[in-house]
Design a protein around this ligand. Structure first.
Ligand SMILES: *C/C=C(C)/C=C/C=C(C)/C=C/C1=C(C)CCCC1(C)C
Length: 248
């Protein structure tokens, strides 16, 4: 993990601070989900494993991002997108596993994964190939293309196939759970475009003068909410359903 030589962190390096906290929080969450897996009914073990994988994969990348940030003070765009490319499709798997009991088909999973990969590839081009000094037209064009993928997922979980399957399931816990996760996609995921628009040439950067150094602060806050929070919601569903099955 010690990819790069560690330099002292400046006491006012808030972004660096969130990389350190993020690393430990993701690692702790992964351990938590793995251990708690033994407490839930067999039906839910896969969901908890996926939560552990999401936070575990993120912990490894936070280790790299933290060191990269410490050594260069630059945004670790490459590691960030490698992480998202693995973890966001896994979050689609969580939606699929939850709605599988209500008859979700594999094709739903693939549509969600395809939309998320579209969203991330466009976002990566927008950030990694932003010309020196920042280009508004470049960031807006790729940002808009990326948003199409985001809107597809948002639609699926609020009104489309995922929402309908949850509604058709005979479990209130699943219904409420999917609804809570849909809120994460609406509110939690919407934090990422804010970070994106802070990059040089981005809308918030040029129009409101928001600091391009804050991109990773937004991303780190959003990741903590969306990876750990999302996992805890799934965990709560699993624990409640396990109690219900035992009680029945
Ligand atoms: C664990 C990581 C997660 C849940 C990452 C989610 C990322 C997004 C929802 C990113 C969305 C973007 C847009 C909608 C437009 C601008 C570019 C992105 C990639 C930041």
């Amino acid at each position: 993990m010690m990819l790069l030589e560690i330099k002292a962190m400046a006491p006012n390096d808030y972004v660096g601070f969130t990389f350190f906290i993020g690393y430990m929080a993701m690692a702790a969450a992964a351990v938590f989900f793995l251990f708690e897996r033994s407490r839930v009914d067999d039906k839910w073990k896969m969901s908890l494993l996926v939560s552990a994988l999401i936070t575990g994969i993120a912990a490894v990348h936070y280790g790299y991002m933290r060191d990269y940030w410490g050594a260069t003070g630059d945004s670790p765009t490459f590691f960030r997108y490698v992480d998202w490319t693995l973890t966001v499709p896994l979050m689609c798997v969580e939606f699929y596993l939850l709605t599988k009991v209500a008859g979700a088909k594999k094709s739903l999973l693939w549509k969600l994964i395809l939309a998320s990969v579209w969203m991330l590839v466009a976002g990566y081009i927008g950030e990694a190939f932003n010309p020196e000094g920042g280009s508004t037209s470049h960031s807006v064009m790729w940002g808009v293309l990326s948003t199409l993928g985001y809107l597809y997922i948002l639609h699926a979980v609020w009104l489309g196939e995922v929402a309908k399957l949850a509604e058709a399931s005979n479990s209130d816990v699943v219904k409420r759970g999917v609804r809570t996760l849909a809120w994460f996609v609406l509110v939690g995921w919407a934090i990422y475009p804010i970070g994106y628009m802070c990059m040089e040439g981005g809308w918030l950067n040029t129009a409101l003068g928001w600091d391009s150094g804050m991109v990773d602060l937004w991303y780190n806050i959003a990741d903590a909410i969306n990876k750990i929070g999302f996992g805890l919601v799934v965990y709560n569903i699993a624990i409640s359903e396990t109690a219900r099955i035992k009680g029945a």
